[in-house]
Design a protein around this ligand. Structure first.
Ligand code: PFF
Length: 444
């Protein structure tokens, strides 16, 4: 039974921007972007990344908003409404975002523990040891992941306006305030400025074919492309909310936050300690040597936690909308189903770093499997398919109307976006995808 009445929506334009920027800005910007950048040649990688954001990410984000806004439906029904038989594309996105939730909530839980441990000065001086003991433990990481999942559940059951919109309006300004404070503080530290200059100086010798895949994957991940999260938010846009303008705001905010996060992290002089531990091991170590380090460390992890929460609510909402609108459940019940799935997956992902680390497939534990499968396989695939759907399958006239009338795309820009979606995105993403897959298989 379909249940699409009273589906709710955002109160206005600002709410739409804040919620969608909240989805985009997440662990991807503050935890992932800096370490991927340092692994791929710094400045050179950033240039490739910015190209991917502009020529692939932005048109795809506009496309996804347009599909949601045009149909005002959950991801599966949205695709199926525009073209019968295409609901599977929405389903693919929802499956992917569910898998992402599995490991994302685990890291989100870490940020909670690190916020508390920083505030109470409980990290100690063995930063690597603290991280290792905590993340490979059984109960502690689970408890924090569960707390995070329940916070998420609470917001989702509050509804689109009473939950998501309200939370975004509180969290996002707070997030920007902390980010700006940290950036000013880190640039004020003289030791860091030199390290910063090193990172932003392009080193093209470190750029390989894999860097292109990493840049593209990062661009899609950070903009939450193809997962139904942006689609469902687009479906909640109030009439009169311009799609293109909103997408440009979201992309700009997201990019600024990623670059600022890189500034904060690299100006702390940690560019040599790359990898996923960058934020959790190197940063507390740096903070510990600074005046009022505990306060700054607390703020840093609070920032990560806020960014994670505003992203996970969009993931949860996309999947919840399926259970509510396609399965006829109440919002409360639909949210519970998603929460339970998240609890189960996060449990497996978290335990796979410790007690269950012996269980691997292709050398990867459950945590890395969820991460690699979604970012290397699903993200590019969903990007290609979304571009093909909007560029080739959606009736030309209908798409033009959606983009130029409600969407707010002017007549001169429209052909550019259409060209990018029809040709540039599918071709470029396919090439990078195939080379990336071949490269990845070689590393197994
Ligand atoms: N964009 C988020 C980040 O950069 O952390 C991650 C994300 C959110 C991915 C929502 C997918 C999604 F549907």
């Amino acid at each position: 039974m379909a249940n699409t009445e009273n589906r709710g929506g955002f109160g206005g334009k600002l709410a739409a921007i804040l919620a969608a920027a909240g989805s985009a800005i997440g662990l991807g910007n503050i935890w992932r972007f800096p370490y991927i950048t340092s692994e791929n040649g710094g400045g050179a990688f950033i240039l490739i990344y910015l190209g991917c954001i502009l020529f692939l990410g932005l048109p795809l984000l506009i496309a996804e908003f347009a599909v949601g806004h045009n149909t005002k439906k959950n991801p599966i029904d949205a695709f199926a409404t525009i073209k019968r038989g295409w609901g599977w594309l929405g389903a693919m996105g929802l499956i992917s975002v569910t898998l992402i939730m599995g490991y994302y909530f685990v890291i989100a839980g870490w940020t909670l523990n690190y916020t508390i441990a920083s505030a109470t000065d409980a990290i100690g001086s063995d930063f690597g040891g603290f991280f290792h003991n905590f993340t490979t433990g059984t109960w502690m990481p689970l408890i924090f992941a569960y707390l995070f999942i329940f916070a998420n559940h609470f917001i989702i059951t509050g509804g689109v306006q009473g939950g998501i919109e309200k939370a975004s309006k509180i969290m996002m300004p707070l997030l920007f305030a902390i980010l700006i404070a940290l950036a000013i503080y880190s640039l004020w530290m003289p030791a860091g400025r030199e390290a910063l200059a090193n990172v932003f100086t392009p080193d093209f010798s470190m750029v390989t074919g894999k860097s292109f895949l990493a840049a593209m994957g990062q661009a899609f991940f950070t903009l939450s492309i193809g997962m139904g999260a942006m689609l469902i938010y687009g479906s909640y846009f109030k009439d009169g909310t311009k799609i293109a303008g909103t997408a440009i705001s979201v992309v700009s905010l997201d990019t600024i936050v990623a670059l600022m996060a890189a500034v904060i992290i690299f100006s702390a002089g940690v560019e040599n300690e790359s990898g996923p531990q960058l934020a959790f091991v190197a940063m507390p170590k740096v903070f510990s040597t600074m005046p009022m380090g505990g306060v700054w460390s607390t703020l840093f992890f609070l920032l990560l936690g806020l960014a994670a929460l505003s992203s996970t609510i969009s993931m949860h909402e996309a999947v919840t909308s399926y259970f509510v609108e396609k399965r006829g459940m109440s919002r409360r019940k639909g949210a519970w189903v998603v929460t339970i799935i998240a609890l189960v997956l996060a449990t497996a992902a978290s335990l796979s770093l410790g007690d269950w680390s012996g269980f691997t497939i292709g050398g990867m534990n459950i945590f890395s499997l969820l991460d690699n499968f979604t970012s290397i396989v699903m993200l590019p695939l969903l990007g290609i398919l979304t571009a093909v759907f909007v560029g080739w399958i959606w009736k030309k006239e209908d798409m033009r109307k959606e983009l130029t009338a409600e969407g707010g795309v002017d007549k001169a820009t429209y052909p550019v976006i259409r060209f990018l979606l029809r040709y540039v995105c599918p071709v470029l993403v396919s090439v990078v995808f195939i080379f990336g897959i071949v490269d990845f298989i070689k590393t197994l």
